[in-house]
Design a protein around this ligand. Sequence first.
Ligand SMILES: *Cc1c(COP(=O)(O)O)cnc(C)c1O
Length: 411
Amino acid sequence: MTSRDDMAALDRDDPLALAREQFDLPEGVIYLDGNSLGPLPRNVPARLAEVVNTEWRGDLIKSWNVHGWMDLPLKVGDRIAALIGAGPGEVLAADSTSVNLFKLMAAALELRPGRKVIVSQRGNFPTDNYLAEGLIRFAGTDHELRLVDGDDILGAIDDSVALVSLTQVDYRSGHVQDMAAVTAAAHKAGALVLWDLSHSAGALAVDLNGAEVDFAVGCSYKYLNGGPGAPAYLFVSRDLQDQVRQPLSGWLGHAAPFEFEASYRPAPGILRQQCGTPSILALSALDAALDVFDGLDMGLVRAKSLSLTEHFIQLVEQRCADHGFALASPRNSERRGSQVSWHHEMGYPIMQALIAEGVIGDFRSPDILRFGFAPLYLSHVDVWDAVTVIEGVMTSGRWDQPEFHQRAAVT
Ligand SMILES: *Cc1c(COP(=O)(O)O)cnc(C)c1O
């Protein structure tokens, strides 16, 4: 049987142990929801104060030039590129993931005239499929969203497919798609691919160019810790950048925005994916948050993530065996992202009880308890202590108090 001392021993050998000090986590909390909203990196408040007081207050509009505000979407994009296997100039920090999905799906369809199908999974994150529906309706064409039940994506790809649009790590189960294999199959059929990296970037070693991916998007408020509603990012492979057009042809994606020309001409490269004025405060917070990843080996991050999730699965199954939890995540580590999900018919009140006792995860309808393991600020002892709280909540029946059954708007 594993003990708390065994877990402490693993922490003593943890090459990432020091990263935890870069986060300002509240006392008494084991935060297992960094896959939904990353915690506050310690350097963010000071950076924001500087941007507000020195740049905005002191240098006013000159800051667009003298403080490099105009270049921030590309600069932050390059820093994210380094974490997802992309090159400089291939990633732009802009807009939200939802908006970026719309822009890139539209761009992809235009590159494949005559092909009428977007392939996705029925279980994909809702916004991804909603945006595909909205794009098709708006375009007024006879395109079709072909939704695959389960994981047989390859079986749905044929020569009618323009775009395969998938999320690499499933938000409910944490199942990891084989990005390289699906991308290769799509290309073989003449289709393009768009990967949503919202639950991958910052937790897994993603290799977009290694897999020859065409397009990608992702959130930066999850494992990248950019803050609530932080600007998202998008990736367009270098060879496609000057071929694509995107429908939100705003002035900052123009080749010469300050010429104020009468008509739109797209900027070269990734900059044509920009639409309007970037949110400098939000980008500055994200820029500071990315410091923690400087020089970090994503292989080590992934290895620690797997060690945390493997131990969590093992300990819940040992210590909570009689309490009705059924693993909803892949047992095979290679196919599991940085989260562990459990089915439980009383999932909602159980999660509320855990949150009340300081173990913060979340609940995803209909019956999933979801625990995210961000390797930069969680330890093996945290895993042990979280399981102790779960065991206590279950054996005492404390989860069944009436207040834990009240549903809040955000779960
Ligand atoms: C979190 C998440 C989003 C969120 O999109 P927003 O536009 O930031 O609200 C999109 N896709 C996936 C796969 C996600 O996990």
